[in-house]
Design a protein around this ligand. Sequence first.
Ligand code: VAH
Length: 317
Amino acid sequence: MKQKEYILIIGALGQIGRELTDELRERYGKENVLAADIRPKEDVSFEKHPYIQLNVMDKVGLENLIAENKFTQIYHLAAMLSASGERNPQAAWALNMESLLSILDLSVKYKVEKVFWPSSIAIFGPDSVKQNCPQQGVTEPTTIYGISKAAGEYWCKYYFEKHGLDVRSVRYPGLISYTGAPGGGTTDYAVDIFHSAVKGEKYTCFLKKDTALPMMYMHDAIRATLELMEAPAEFLSVRTAYNLSALSFTPKEIYEEIAKEVPGFEIEYVPDFRQQIADSWPQSIDDSVASKDWGWKPAFDLEKMVKDMLQNIEVYP
Ligand code: VAH
């Protein structure tokens, strides 16, 4: 008799974690998904039950939690993103790498059946193919975030090959969602812009208007994650991380799409240090291997995403 799923999601209050927790609870039952994040319980709105405060860098606490619970799956999302990571490189490397190694080790030790860990198109760099960047090719990331994700991919492949751990990963593009305030990512201008639009404010964009980047609506990202995790292991030919793609647009293009729905909305472009990060990344991604291996296909184009975002966005002060 197969054991019932019991899932731990670390970083449950982050941009991906919020929506992934809700979707996992829909599919596996509220009580079978333990949401964990560094924030204390009293800070947490209670639809995230059951919830536990967890510092993923506390190795003893993390091992006690995993040893005491027979988790069948662990989703490890906690990380410092590209822009924040450049402000604090050592802390970004420590969080992004040490926590992953702890999770990989403990998942083998306590026989966790499946592990998910997010990589990013940030593993690519200035010498990578710019258009339809392939699954395999030049990476050479230039941010600590990208370096940690590239290294993490090889650790995941190592634990799959040496220990048989079924750890799976995707290279998320920039993700856009209406839950939660914009974070420390270079692509988060594409979230921030909606908050300005709905508040009737002029948006000051920190990237140049023609900076095309790979992007994806969070609904697509969550579905991709679960389709990968539920795919039969024998279908999977990639054990670093799958390229994932949906959209590619510039600040000017998303501004114009929003302005169709929000007459009078204005923008100005004042590039900062994040322009250099954006310029180091591909403009679009080839995800044909994900499509071939596990049938990936995005559902949201730019127009459909903009309409859905404006209908649902939670305005943050
Ligand atoms: C960032 N949102 O901007 C993340 C993402 C492709 C970028 O990984 O750092």
